[in-house]
Design a protein around this ligand. Sequence first.
Ligand code: HEC
Length: 102
Amino acid sequence: MKRIVAVIAAFAAVALVTVAAQAQEKGEQIFRQKCTMCHVVKGKGGAIGPELTAVSARLKEKDIRAKLENPKKSNPASSMPTFKTLPTADMEALLSYLKTLK
Ligand code: HEC
């Protein structure tokens, strides 16, 4: 019985890691489609906005989320578009990718 529980726990752990990795990968794709033209990450991207290679070392997830939902709130002169209409799953995937940038 203990052995079965251990096997199930191991599968669950692998599944969770896989789900997280998939979200990060999807988030990276979304980033390449919607953000790279203005932001550099790891040497690639546009220079309109600040470099985001280590964005999660500087900003908390809730601040990044706030920036994406309403860029003008923290900077009324911001030229960054809002991503408020991004589907929830895409927003979460994007945030899980941005969390890896530190
Ligand atoms: C049209 C250009 C443009 C696009 C597209 C864009 N941004 Fe920005 N972004 C900016 C500019 C300009 C700033 C700096 C001014 C400001 O604070 O709003 C900025 C600031 C930020 C900041 C705050 C950085 C800091 O150091 O304070 C984050 C986080 C950010 N952008 C994330 C994103 C993400 C994620 C995407 C894609 C979903 C994105 N941006 C798309 C132009 C853009």
